[in-house]
Each structure stands twice: as structure tokens, then as C-alpha cells.
Design a protein around this ligand. Structure first.
Ligand code: HEM
Ligand SMILES: *[C@@H]1O[C@H](CO)[C@@H](O)[C@H](O)[C@H]1NC(C)=O
Length: 511
């Protein structure tokens, strides 16, 4: 009986501090309030609605780096930075001196202790090799092209046609989540779940992932004792995350057993090397040079989930913000349309819905630039965290040790005039185009949306194909308009989702 009472003690303390805080309230400060016992937690929580802007403001006032004091209740100090020199040092030059570590794994437990995403050093290398051999396999490119086309043709177009005819309101974020989830699942399991179809049925796996991302960010903000207690009592985001875990585990178990069954039936020799059997689960089940077929179901589960979110959550988030930027910058949308018409002239009367080949899409430089610019301003993974193994002095003179997290705040980096120039806040695809009309290369520690150094994203090319294919199809064939007064704000999450989605009306252009 006593335990729940103690559980609420921290909240009572929070409430007392809250009153104190109101008394002392001052806005435009350079630093956060460092309170005894609570550290800077309170002011963080009070600013939760504009947390991204608030941190950006403080970073700018502190030349790109400041130390966030953790609470005594077991929350670590965190050095927050958006300085590309520090990023280069932590992610690349001194890569082996930093890890994700147990503190990370405790918080990201949902995504499996034996996954690519959650491991360090030797174990990480094994997983990375498996992913790489799959992504760069000779079958991969063809599988990507075929899968994308199938989903656009049988999923996207029917949904957009119906929505256009019936003037329905569509949530673009939800639409993109379905598109990328169907793609990722097809690549991982060989089976298309068809979540992008007329009627838009409930889609529990991606929802479970979204809940997990939101719960995880709280595990970084709140003291450990607090979120553990919440987990124990089973309320709030922690409860949602445990429910989600069951959904995801069931999905993976079903898919593994389905692939096992196909293999044991052996009607066709379904090997991972064949077009028919080319999927990520089969790559584990049948083995390849880097990867013995003997991994446990747990390892498979962890990495299936990894593959799905690495592919789906990131690309769908990028697409949503990209379309929001098009709404705000109609001139960019017009330029993309013109680029398609100029570079990929159409045969026939132009009345039919048109899909594109991936080879064609590589001619769309301006579209590529417009996507890069959306990824810069709205990085789908807006933070990145590493912990040093020992004491280190970072570029700029800040000292960190194994009790301090280094948190790279990508959202703020895009908004530093010192990094991107005085027009950093503007959405300007032109900044990505060179004098010769190619795409400008920015070093990954500056354009950090795909990470940098040895853990750089393995799926960048696939991501661009996935995004360009749907963007070109959509923009060429349809008009869309975001509902008036629709509020666009980010969620507090590890993934930069829109809190209320992106509600639009869609119309077929030749209807
Ligand atoms: C716009 C889309 C994407 C963005 C912004 C993005 C971003 C990132 C970031 C920030 C990381 C580092 C994660 C970390 O270390 O904590 C990462 C890693 C990774 N990404 Fe992507 N990604 C995208 C799409 C994809 C796609 C489509 C795939 C697969 C086909 C993919 C596969 C991977 C893999 C396997 C890793 C793990 C690398 C490692 O830890 O060694 N990504 N990505
Ligand atoms: C995963 O690792 C963390 C940190 O080492 C640990 O606290 C947790 O219990 C582990 N989870 C599982 C299921 O083994």
C-alpha cells in the first residue's frame, strides 16, 4: 500500500517546484533553471510544447553547445550540441571511444538488445554486415523497384482516386506510414501486408512503433526511478509500449514461422538468392556468408523490427514534412512539376495516371534537392545520443565523461546561421544545387540526417528511391491542399512525427 504513495512523491515535489517556478517566471534566458534535486528537468517539462524551439534558442545563445544538468533522481547530465566539429569528433574521428551502451539499451529495450540499432562494437559489426549484404545484394535493386511499383499501383492510386472522387479528407502522414510500412514489410518478410488499401484498415504495427518512440523519449527526460515505477504500475506511455511490444512480437513470430513453413515445404527451392525468396527473414533462415542460419528467433525478431523502423518510420516522416513544405512553398511544387514535364516528357494524351521507373527518377535533380532540404530542416531522427567510454575534451573545450551523454540536436543544427548561413530558416532547395546543375555534397557531420562515420545510414539510396517514387507520382498526377487552420506541430518523440497528422484534400489533376 505504501509503494504507490511513494510513487507520487516525485510528482508532489514537481508540483511544489512548479509553484516556485511560476513565482520566478522569466522568459528569454540564456540558461535553464538548475534546481536542487530536480536539475533542469522542471524547466524542460514546462517548455515541453515548444521544446525544439527552446533548445534551439539556448543552443544559439551558447555557441551551439550547453550542459543540461540531470536530476539527482538518477537522470544523467547531458551535453546538448549542434556543433558539426563535435559531431565529427564523436561520430567519426573518435568513433571507438563512444558507445550507445547500457543506458541506451535500457531505454531502447523495445528495439531489442541484439539488434543492429542497439549493439556496439563487435556484435554491432556482425549485424551491420548482415544488413549490408542484404541491402547491397544483386537482387536488392530489382526487389526495391518491383515492390515500390506494386504498392503505388495497387495501393496508393486506388486510395487517391477514391479520395479525389468523394472529396474525402486524407491524412498524408498516415498514408505515407502505410506506404513505407508495406514496403519495409515486403522487403523483410516477402509478404505485403497491404495496409495501404481502400478503407485504410487499422494498422497496429506502425502504431505500436510510434507509441514506443514516444515512451522512449520520456525515458530520457524523466528520472529512471520515475519511468521504471510507471512501467511497474503500468500507466501512460509505458503501458502503451508494453502493449505494442506484444503486437510487434506477434507480427514477427508469425512472419518467421510463415517463411519457415515455405522453406520446409520445399516445393520450390526458395533460397534467399532467388528472386522468389529474397527477403530479410530468409536471409537469416537460409544463411549467407556473413551469417550462419543458426541465429535465434530473438535475434531475428530484433533485427526485423530494426529493418522495419529504419526504413519505414524515417522515410514516411521525411515525406510528411516535405509535403508540408510544398504546401508552404507552392513555387517549389511548381518547379518539381516542370522538372518532370521537361525531363520525362509524356507520351499519349496525358489523361491516364502516370507511374515512373526508378531510372527515370534519377533525372529529377530538383526533386532530390527539395527532399534534401526537407530532411535538413526536419530530420526524421531529430536527436542522436552517444556516451564516452572515458573522460574526453571535445572541440570547443567542453569536457565529458562516462557519466555524461552527448546529445546531438539535429533540429537545432539546421537552424544555426553559423552552420547553414543567414537564410538557414528558409526552405530553399536551391542551396543543394551546384553551378553545374548537380547535387551539392555536404559532409555528413553537417548534413547529419543520415548519421555520419561508421554508423552512417545504410539505406540512403533506397530511401531516396522510395521517397522520389511516391512524390513524383503524387505531384504529377494530383493536386493537394492542406485543410485550412490545420495545426502542424511535432510530437515529443524519438521520431519527428506530426502530432495531428497532415490533413489534406486531394484531387486528380485531369478530373
Ligand atoms: C529518409 C530516410 C532515412 C533517414 C533520415 C535515415 C537516418 C538514419 C540514421 C539517423 C541512422 C543512425 C541511427 C543510429 O545510429 O542510432 C540510420 C541508420 C541506419 N539506417 Fe537509415 N535512414 C533512412 C532510411 C533508411 C532506409 C530506407 C533503410 C533501409 C533500407 C535504412 C537503413 C539503415 C540501417 C540499416 C541503419 C543502421 C546503421 C548502423 O547502426 O550501423 N535507413 N539511418
Ligand atoms: C537489455 O539490456 C539492458 C541494459 O543492459 C537491461 O537492463 C535489460 O534488462 C535487457 N533486456 C533484456 C530483455 O535482456
Amino acid at each position: 500500500m505504501m509503494a504507490p504513495l511513494f510513487a507520487f512523491l516525485p510528482y508532489t515535489i514537481l508540483a511544489v517546484y512548479f509553484l516556485l517556478f511560476l513565482y520566478h517566471f522569466t522568459k528569454k534566458k540564456k540558461f535553464l533553471w538548475n534546481l536542487p534535486l530536480l536539475g533542469m528537468l522542471l524547466e524542460f517539462l514546462l517548455n515541453i510544447d515548444q521544446i525544439h524551439e527552446k533548445i534551439t534558442q539556448i543552443l544559439e545563445a551558447n555557441m551551439g553547445t550547453f550542459l543540461l544538468k540531470g536530476a539527482w533522481l538518477g537522470q544523467m547530465d547531458t551535453l546538448i550540441t549542434c556543433d558539426p566539429a563535435i559531431v565529427n569528433c564523436v561520430m567519426k574521428e573518435k568513433f571507438s571511444g563512444y558507445h550507445k551502451g547500457d543506458e541506451w539499451r535500457k531505454r531502447f529495450e523495445f528495439f531489442g538488445n541484439h539488434s543492429l540499432f542497439n549493439t556496439d562494437f563487435d556484435e554491432w559489426k556482425i549485424h551491420r554486415n548482415t544488413f549490408r549484404s542484404f541491402i547491397s545484394h544483386q537482387q536488392s535493386q530489382q526487389a526495391v523497384a518491383k515492390t515500390i511499383r506494386r504498392i503505388l499501383e495497387n495501393g496508393l492510386i486506388p486510395v487517391l482516386e477514391q479520395s479525389s472522387k468523394q472529396c474525402q479528407v486524407l491524412d498524408l502522414q498516415d498514408l505515407f506510414k502505410r506506404y513505407t510500412f508495406d514496403f519495409a514489410s515486403s522487403m523483410v518478410t516477402g509478404h505485403n501486408p497491404n495496409s495501404l488499401c481502400i478503407g485504410l484498415p487499422k494498422n497496429p504495427v506502425p502504431e505500436a512503433l510510434d507509441d514506443a518512440w514516444e515512451a522512449i523519449i520520456l525515458r530520457f527526460l524523466l528520472p529512471e526511478s520515475l519511468w521504471k515505477f510507471q512501467r511497474w504500475l503500468g500507466f501512460g506511455k509505458e503501458r502503451k509500449m508494453s502493449g505494442g511490444r506484444e503486437v510487434v512480437d506477434r507480427f514477427c513470430a508469425e512472419q518467421i514461422s510463415m517463411n519457415r513453413k515455405k522453406l520446409s515445404e520445399g516445393k520450390t527451392r526458395i533460397s534467399f538468392e532467388d528472386e522468389e525468396g529474397f527477403n530479410f527473414v530468409n536471409c537469416y533462415l537460409t544463411g549467407n556468408e556473413d551469417n550462419s542460419p543458426k541465429v535465434s528467433d530473438e535475434v531475428m525478431r530484433d533485427n526485423m523490427v530494426n529493418f522495419i523502423f529504419a526504413t519505414a518510420d524515417t522515410s514516411s516522416t521525411a515525406l510528411t514534412w516535405f509535403f508540408w513544405m510544398l504546401e508552404k512553398n507552392p513555387i517549389v511544387e511548381k518547379k518539381i512539376r516542370e522538372e518532370i514535364e521537361r525531363n520525362l516528357p509524356q507520351k499519349g494524351d496525358g489523361k491516364n495516371i502516370r507511374l515512373f521507373q526508378l531510372e527515370e527518377l534519377s533525372k529529377l535533380i530538383y526533386l532530390h534537392a527539395a527532399l534534401c532540404e526537407a530532411l535538413r530542416l526536419f530530420p526524421p531522427a531529430p536527436i542522436q545520443i552517444r556516451t564516452p567510454l572515458q573522460s574526453e575534451t571535445l572541440p570547443g573545450g567542453h569536457c565529458v565523461d562516462d557519466k555524461t551523454n552527448v546529445l546531438i540536436f539535429l533540429y537545432g543544427m539546421a537552424r544555426m546561421p553559423s552552420v547553414w548561413g543567414d537564410d538557414c530558416l528558409e526552405y530553399k532547395p536551391e542551396r543543394w544545387i551546384t553551378e553545374n546543375g548537380g547535387i551539392k555534397h555536404e559532409p555528413p557531420h553537417k548534413f547529419f540526417s543520415f548519421n555520419a562515420g561508421p554508423r552512417i545510414c545504410l539505406g540512403r539510396d533506397i530511401a531516396f528511391n522510395l521517397m522520389k517514387a511516391i512524390a513524383a507520382t503524387f505531384i504529377h498526377n494530383y493536386n493537394f491542399q492542406v485543410l485550412e487552420n490545420h495545426p502542424v506541430t511535432p510530437t515529443l518523440s524519438v521520431i519527428f512525427r506530426m502530432k495531428f497528422g497532415l490533413l489534406v484534400k486531394v484531387r486528380n489533376k485531369s478530373a
